[in-house]
Design a protein around this ligand. Structure first.
Ligand code: NDP
Ligand code: OXD
Length: 321
């Protein structure tokens, strides 16, 4: 009997999300399992038992009557949970060492960039100005990470080893060595009051949408050597109120920001974020999901599932992440 087929729906539009590249990798790791890159007019939708997807169109997955499992090819599933016709089968997300390590690199890079006054120093270099300002130690800076899950907990550990005072905020109570842990709405203000560099690694859900807004920024610590606080968002664009960020950078409520994600991606050419002197912008590449690693991860999970084993990293649909 033919192995149950897998449909590949990849709509990222960037080099890492080249559908041809993902198809080649899935063909290699799936052996004799048919892998269909969609759209393909020759496909009978009833043959599809598994779907591996990145930003599928609304309703695309509902076309497969025999679907057993959906594998999201990234960590965040907001593009899927937004689809009201999403089949009620298990939805598996990515939570692997490779992706986690990449996000920690991004977080450490950007925390250090603001802590070590890189925006000022690059400006000095452009102007051939030899004028170092005094530099404080990492221990003078309190970093607060919103989201203490797979990514947040790992980044917290790396920052702690560099000497930063690290706290985290989650939905439920968490304990992480050397990290001051806060949870729930009731503890959010205390978490913000002690935070001078805020890192956001939350998933986008109805509870977290627009959470990064003026009211929240106004509660951050302004008494650190940085002066005005810094925001780093690598979660999702929908977590941030973009008009508030721009206004807060302009009026000094925020000192600077690193933004990897935006409400509209690709970021429109007329966005002020592109040229804002206090913004360090990256094009949603804080942590790429690697086709080599993730195709193997999906193939392994399918083999285990067909052998009667449990799927890993299944999304809790009620929580939305
Ligand atoms: P996890 O599900 O492992 O962790 C999510 C964390 O957020 C948990 O600590 C969770 O709390 C917390 N959280 C969720 N909702 C709330 C809430 N309402 N209030 C307080 N805390 C909340 O996710 P990951 O760490 O794997 O990934 C996080 C996000 O990072 C992804 O959803 C994705 O959007 C983004 N991402 C971005 C990438 C990029 O390149 N820019 C790459 C990869 C991911 P609790 O611990 O109690 O469950
Ligand atoms: C992800 C992403 O969620 O790359 O994995 O944004």
């Amino acid at each position: 009997m033919n192995k149950r087929a897998l449909a590949l729906l990849v709509h990222g539009g960037t080099e890492n999300w080249s559908p041809e590249r993902w198809k080649r990798r899935f063909d290699e790791v799936c052996g004799d399992r048919p892998v269909w890159r969609l759209p393909d007019a020759a496909l009978d939708p009833a043959d599809i038992h598994y779907a591996a997807v990145w930003k599928p169109g609304q309703g695309e997955l509902a076309a497969f009557p025999n679907l057993r499992v959906i594998f999201n090819l990234g960590a965040g599933v907001d593009a899927l949970t937004a689809d009201s016709s999403l089949p009620g089968v298990p939805l598996v997300r990515v939570a692997v060492e490779d992706l986690t390590g990449r996000m920690t690199e991004y977080v450490v890079l950007h925390v250090l960039m603001h802590h070590r006054q890189e925006l000022y120093l690059r400006g000095s270099q452009r102007e051939k100005r030899w004028a170092p300002k005094s530099q404080w130690p990492a221990s003078a800076i309190s970093v607060g990470i919103m989201g203490l899950g797979t990514l947040g907990a790992h980044a917290a550990e790396a920052l702690r080893h560099l000497g930063f005072r690290v706290a985290g905020w989650s939905r439920s109570e968490r304990r992480t060595d050397g990290v001051e842990c806060f949870h729930g709405k009731a503890q959010l203000e205390a978490f913000l009051r002690r935070t001078s560099i805020l890192v956001c690694l939350l998933p986008l859900t109805p509870d977290t949408r627009d959470i990064l807004n003026r009211e929240l920024f106004a509660k951050l610590d302004r008494n650190s050597p940085l002066g005005a606080p810094v925001v780093i968002n690598a979660g999702r664009g929908g977590l941030q109120n973009e008009a508030d960020i721009l206004q807060c950078l302009d009026d000094g409520t925020l000192g600077s920001a690193s933004l990897d994600v935006f409400a509209s991606e690709p970021l429109p050419a007329d966005s002020r974020f592109w040229t804002h002197p206090k913004v360090v912008l990256t094009p949603h590449n804080a942590a790429d999901t690697d086709p080599d690693e993730i195709s193997k991860y999906v193939a392994r999970q399918i083999e285990r599932f067909e052998a009667g084993g449990a799927l890993e990293n299944v999304v809790d649909r009620a929580r939305g992440y």
